[in-house]
Design a protein around this ligand. Structure first.
Ligand SMILES: [Zn+2]
Length: 225
């Protein structure tokens, strides 16, 4: 018999489709929808947020709360969870004509995400480094990719892996590293013990030469400090 308490495997006891027969998918998944579909989603969500406010006994006669349902609905669909509903950013990949064989690093990439567990912000920075093989990518594109994955319901560990998987697929680099340092407002806001406002969560994903070669990894970590 399965011990439910310790069962962390994916479960299928919840429906796979919503009332409109749209398929449900993971919080950090992606399924692009049209602008019309997004707007329909916002209208429905607005009604549900209004219900939530009623349950919490927040009067919408309070002028600060009158338009809150629409505001929250638009914020989730168009901003906080936008990476679920938009296609991948357009990326141009360039040939590595000069055979660049050194680390190329973009750091200080702003990460604004949402924790899947509590729907509170995750805010921090990401550094991405790679040693190219035959393909190069513009540094600004690395930020776009990070943003596309961050703007979903996430856990930080999976966010780093998703970014790394995507870049590995796209560039087939010799080495790849994705380091994220972020603050989790679910801990900060709820006042979880031992989690001062300064506490940072650090995750690192290393692939290829960065995984195998100790000196290279040290160089990368030093450069992104
Ligand atoms: Zn959380």
């Amino acid at each position: 018999m399965i011990n439910k308490e310790n069962d962390i495997e994916a479960r299928d006891e919840y429906p796979g489709f919503n009332q409109d027969n749209n398929e449900l998918f993971d919080a950090n998944g992606n399924f692009p929808i049209t602008e019309k579909q997004r707007n329909e989603m916002i209208v429905k969500l607005e009604g549900k947020v209004a219900e939530m406010m009623n349950i919490l006994r927040i009067s919408r006669n309070d002028p600060n709360s009158t338009h809150t349902p629409g505001r929250i609905a638009r914020m989730y669909v168009n901003e906080l969870l936008s990476g679920r509903f938009t296609p991948a950013p357009e990326l141009t990949v360039f040939p590595n004509r000069k055979n660049v064989d050194e680390l190329i690093i973009s750091k200080g990439i702003e990460i604004m995400s949402l924790c899947s567990h509590h729907w509170q912000p995750i805010s921090g920075e990401c550094a991405i480094g790679y040693i190219p093989d035959r393909k190069l990518i513009g540094l600004s594109k690395l930020s776009r990719i990070a943003e596309w994955f961050a703007r979903r319901g996430q856990i930080q560990e999976e966010l780093g892996e998703q970014i790394a998987d995507y870049l590995e697929d796209l560039l087939k680099p010799k080495a790849l590293g994705v380091v994220i340092k972020a603050r989790h407002y679910c801990m900060i806001a709820r006042g979880v013990r031992g989690s001062e406002a300064n506490s940072l969560m650090v995750t690192s994903v290393m692939r290829g030469l960065l995984l195998d070669e100790f000196n290279l990894r040290n160089e990368f970590l030093k450069l992104i400090e």
